[in-house]
Design a protein around this ligand. Structure first.
Ligand SMILES: Nc1nc2c(ncn2[C@@H]2O[C@H](COP(=O)(O)OP(=O)(O)OP(=O)(O)O)[C@@H](O)[C@H]2O)c(=O)[nH]1
Length: 447
């Protein structure tokens, strides 16, 4: 259940240390933010703002910098609507930046009844919100605008759109009975949600993006060099029972339905209703048949005519639940794939996103000769620019990345005493090897 709100703000770089410490505290270690290391001038006001908001709301603030990603910023709005787990709390990321929002994410706003907005004096933000509204059932009257002239340069883009979260599913919001049930569910039940973060690392041009595209069953034509970071969320889930990758166009809301429904079926009320209908025959499709009877029986509990009409819609929602996903396929972990830019300038940023709970894919181009200096790369160390290391062999390469992950990342040992996060080496460009393919592969394995 997502009971907490997370807000998005835009931040400058000296907030980095602060952010890192608070994200560490929540064990999320840079889960969804980024700061621009170049803009060293203006972060403190934002930090105050963040602290103030945290004190007031106890909410998480996701912060990243607009300027760093430039044109690619739109990719970051993909985070909107995401559920994240921090410690033992669940957050739904419900705020967004003023950048364009991919159409597929607009659907998240359809379940909200009202949006309140801190209006930015830049018209662009307001226009953005209006665009959201036109794509949903909401109207301009549904938004509250708080005019606030912001003094600080950076705050010009720090617009938060704070959305009042309503019971997320029609099932629990159509009638009083449903709302009561929802409240009861939220108060009394909890659910473990599972997320897997797949981090893809490796030298520039080795094929990270192509690999990600393949994993996500997308086209690999027109792959461009990654600028900063590209995050793919809500495209796939992984069954915790079978390990199978499942494609869900709308995995997020399916999970929401599944969770609520599962909890609903554990309630006393549900059992009572089931007993009431136990004499009725079960049809071919047992689950659907049961659901329709549950709906019919609940009707008698609804008092007013008005409520009765709403109840019909509620019953329909019950019937339309994605029963197959929620009941039969077991638990699913949603997967997010983080594809990093391979240019050296970005290396220092990787550590922000590494955590013991992620899985790292270390990609290397196996077609490059191990002793032909083709692989050569000089890496600078962030903390000591005078220190350089030449990676001339695949062994150096793998070792460099392994150390980077395990030195900077938040590490622990798993049951087999191996260090977390686990690193899975992936070799690309095998097709380019002209001869002795197996030898190359063996060399790589050895390294
Ligand atoms: N022949 C061949 N080409 C590949 C393979 N994998 C990737 N490529 C090509 O290599 C080029 C670079 O691939 P990308 O996927 O952009 O590499 P990247 O590691 O994401 O690059 P950066 O984002 O710049 O770090 C593209 O032209 C791909 O089509 C492979 O296995 N075989």
């Amino acid at each position: 259940m997502y009971l907490y709100h997370a807000y998005v703000a835009v931040c400058a770089s000296e907030s980095l240390a602060f952010l890192r410490s608070f994200l560490d505290r929540f064990e999320c270690n840079g889960y969804s933010f980024f700061c621009d290391l170049r803009d060293m001038e203006s972060g403190s006001i934002i930090v105050d703002e963040i602290e103030r908001k945290m004190r007031i709301s106890g909410s998480l603030i996701i912060v990243y910098d607009n300027s760093f990603f430039k044109d690619d910023m739109a990719k970051f709005t993909i985070e909107v609507g995401k559920q994240i787990q921090l410690g033992n709390k669940y957050f739904k990321l419900i705020a967004l930046e003023v950048m364009p929002i991919p159409a597929e994410h607009l659907s998240y706003f359809k379940s909200f009844s009202r949006i309140s907005v801190k209006k930015h004096y830049e018209e662009r933000a307001y226009q953005q919100i209006l665009k959201i509204l036109t794509d949903t059932d909401l109207t301009e009257d549904d938004i509250e605008v708080e005019n606030r002239r912001l003094k600080h340069r950076n705050e010009q883009i720090a617009v938060s759109i704070l959305v009042n979260l309503q019971p997320p599913q029609k099932l629990f919001s159509e009638c009083r009975k449903g709302i009561d049930l929802y409240k009861k569910l939220v108060e009394t039940k909890s659910e473990e949600l599972y997320f897997i973060r797949l981090v893809v690392l490796g030298q520039e041009g080795v094929g990270k993006t192509s690999l990600v595209r393949r994993l996500l069953q997308e086209s690999i034509s027109q792959v461009k060099s990654t600028n900063g970071i590209e995050i793919n969320v809500n495209k796939y889930g992984i069954s915790l029972c079978t390990g199978e990758w499942k494609f869900h166009k709308d995995l997020f809301s399916t999970n929401g339905n599944a969770i609520l429904f599962r909890k609903f079926t554990q309630m006393e009320e549900y059992e009572k209703l089931r007993r009431e209908i136990s004499k009725e025959k079960m049809g071919k499709d047992k689950v659907l048949f049961k659901l329709s009877n549950v709906g019919r029986s609940i009707r008698s509990l609804v008092e007013s005519e008005n409520e009765r009409a709403k109840h019909e819609a509620w019953k329909e929602s019950l019937q339309n639940l994605p029963v197959e996903n929620s009941l039969d396929s077991g638990r699913t972990a949603t997967i997010s794939v983080w594809d990093f830019a391979g240019q050296q300038e970005y290396y220092p940023t990787h550590q922000l996103f590494l955590s013991k709970n992620c899985i790292v894919l270390l990609v290397s181009n196996i077609s490059k000769g191990l002793d032909q200096n083709e692989l050569q790369e000089t890496v600078l160390y962030e903390r000591n620019p005078n220190r350089k290391q030449i990676l001339s062999e695949v062994h150096d390469y793998v070792q460099y990345w392994t150390k980077t992950v395990h030195c900077y990342g938040d590490i622990s040992r798993n049951e087999d005493k191996f260090l977390n996060p686990p690193i899975i080496p992936v070799a690309t460009h095998v097709d380019k090897i002209q001869s002795n393919v197996q030898e190359h592969i063996d060399d790589y394995r050895e390294a």
